[in-house]
Design a protein around this ligand. Structure first.
Ligand code: GLU
Length: 260
């Protein structure tokens, strides 16, 4: 099967060098395989933080850099019916429950299951969670090798929809990778911990084989600091305004702290 991979920016800020490094890995993975394809997915699941102006700027910067997708782009905000169907299939299995908790109701990353057995009625102002089995998930990352994760222990039951009605990253991305038949996910290693959850969820949804994963090193601002959207010095807009060429942007990554 030829590689189907994706570039999936969230339009909550401008494109920066970290995205470009990710794009290089994504396009390399597809172009290194005859018949390989790259999909472009705008991850605007967070309606409060996503902005059309960011989306337009990201698309403009990508095309300026020469990254071209092989299919028309999709937006998560246009796929709610698909997420609803996927959730409904889990609801029928008794896997979905309403949850009134906010982040301040529990400590750390793991949701301790406060609403698991409360039988709250679904409705506005409540989130929706998916009851996970206490499974051990094993996968082999293409760069980091064999991994073992225990999603329930790490994060607790998975939030599919938050209290504002937004589909969550974890849920939307898993449904999209499945429905778009993505078979290789190439992303930064800051998302490694999410992978077991996404594999487990994909399995619950009925996906027969999960995608493969390649988690690449992140572009670091310093040995301990990740680049962030607020780092103006790495924004592609700013580099363009200062007269950089696309070639200079791409070749600058070779000299920065990164591992291709
Ligand atoms: N939308 C995510 C981001 O912008 C990428 C998600 C993924 O690659 O799974 O960081």
């Amino acid at each position: 099967m030829p590689v189907v991979t994706r570039f999936a920016p969230a339009p909550t800020g401008y494109l920066h060098l970290g995205h470009v490094l990710n794009a290089l890995h994504v396009w390399d993975a597809a172009r290194g395989d005859p018949g390989g394809r790259v999909l472009l997915r705008i991850e605007d699941h967070d309606r409060q933080r996503s902005r059309k102006t960011y989306e337009d700027a990201i698309l403009d910067d990508l095309s300026w850099l020469g990254f071209t997708a092989d299919e028309p782009l999709v937006r998560q905000s246009e796929r709610y019916a698909i997420y609803e169907d996927a959730l409904d299939s889990l609801r029928k299995l008794g896997r979905v429950y309403a949850c009134s908790c906010s982040r301040s109701d529990f400590e750390g990353q793991r949701y301790p299951g406060i609403c698991r057995d409360k039988q709250l009625r679904e409705g506005p102002g409540l989130g929706l969670r998916i009851r996970l089995d206490d499974a051990v998930v094993r996968f082999v990352d293409r760069r980091l090798g064999p991994q073992t994760q225990q999603p329930l222990l790490q994060g607790g039951d998975l939030l599919a929809r938050d209290r504002e009605g937004n589909w969550t990253y974890q849920f939307a991305v898993t449904v999209d990778d499945w429905k778009q038949e993505v078979n290789l996910v190439v992303r930064g290693e800051d998302l490694l911990d999410s992978t077991g959850r996404q594999i487990l969820l994909a399995r619950m949804l009925g996906r027969s084989a999960p995608p493969e994963f390649l988690h690449h090193a992140l572009l670091m601002k310093s040995p301990t600091q990740k680049l962030s959207k607020s780092d103006g010095d790495s924004g592609i807009r700013d580099l363009r305004a200062r007269g950089w060429t696309p070639e200079q942007v791409i070749s600058s990554l070779a000299h920065l702290r990164c591992e291709r």
